[in-house]
Design a protein around this ligand. Sequence first.
Ligand SMILES: NC(=O)c1ccc[n+]([C@@H]2O[C@H](COP(=O)([O-])OP(=O)(O)OC[C@H]3O[C@@H](n4cnc5c(N)ncnc54)[C@H](OP(=O)(O)O)[C@@H]3O)[C@@H](O)[C@H]2O)c1
Length: 333
Amino acid sequence: MKAMVIEKYGKDAPLVLKERPIPVLGEHDVLVEIHAASLNPIDSKIKAGKLKFLLSYTMPLILGNDFSGVVVEVGDKADRFKPGDEVYGRPRKNRIGTLAEYIAVHQDDISLKPTNLSFEEAASIPLVGLTVYQAFHDILKLQKEQKVLIHAGSGGVGTFAIQLANSMGAYVATTVSDKGYDLVKSLGADQIINYRKDNFEQMLEGYDAVLDTLGGDVLKKSFHVLKPGGKIVSISGLPNAQFGKEARLGWLKTTLLSIVSHKLTTYEKKTLTSYHFLFMKPSGAQLEKIKELMEKESIIPVIDQVFKFAETPRALEYLEGGRAKGKVVVSIK
Ligand SMILES: NC(=O)c1ccc[n+]([C@@H]2O[C@H](COP(=O)([O-])OP(=O)(O)OC[C@H]3O[C@@H](n4cnc5c(N)ncnc54)[C@H](OP(=O)(O)O)[C@@H]3O)[C@@H](O)[C@H]2O)c1
């Protein structure tokens, strides 16, 4: 099969189209012929070797973290899908490689794809959809009429997050530049802050929750918009000791995390709020819930551009530019 492969880590290491063997099917796996995959900033971070602390891979490595496609074969103990099923998913972290013609994926990591979406649209959802679903349902436990600030509302995560928060009945503030204004307005954002002109931390207060997609100073300032008891979920800030324990990273890594995230712990104490770092997990069960939301059109896919398979290196460069409005998708079949 054809696949987009790196031979070594490096920001400038080439991403090249190569012949690779079709993956071997485990007993709980399904083999999927991939129709489309989406690109996510994690693809660049993995390629550059920035996530070696959390994820270790052997080379050559096929990149790609989510997909849609059609089941062509099922393992002996895979009983949830059959050949011909149209599915979408996010494989577990040690089995990535969706920028390829086929993937063998554990049946628990996929769901039938939303029936109203094309393969390109469906491929744009799994990674960002699961991230936001886990942030809002599992960590923030967002309630009707609560106020949530979503950073970078026009990005892949932000466009999904505004819609999910809306469908949960929350009041949504979001940060964008001029270029993202119309998009986030159309997705239902209640308060839109131009991050290039205004300081969100001076405009918002009494918030129940923040979804931080940016880390750094934006994360630090976000503590000030929360009311006591409020929560921040960051997907781009520093992992803390609590994350190290939950992810079973071991004593040494957990201690290191507690040291590097010390300032965040101080902010938590000062503002009587709580900080959570999220590293999203695959879940076919949650993708089924997201499928229902998509089929009701409570959430619609937002796609910036679709690239051809051979253009994947250019698509990744485009994503790395950091200006995408919604998702960048690669059409494979
Ligand atoms: N931990 C996890 O499990 C997890 C999961 C998913 C994503 N992530 C991380 O979350 C981050 C966001 O992912 P993404 O897919 O949404 O990225 P993305 O689609 O590449 O984000 C691009 C968008 O960010 C906006 N933006 C850039 N700087 C901004 C700022 N200072 N304030 C407000 N908006 C800003 C840009 O708008 P303008 O062009 O208008 O500035 C653009 O629309 C990445 O770092 C990714 O690695 C982590």
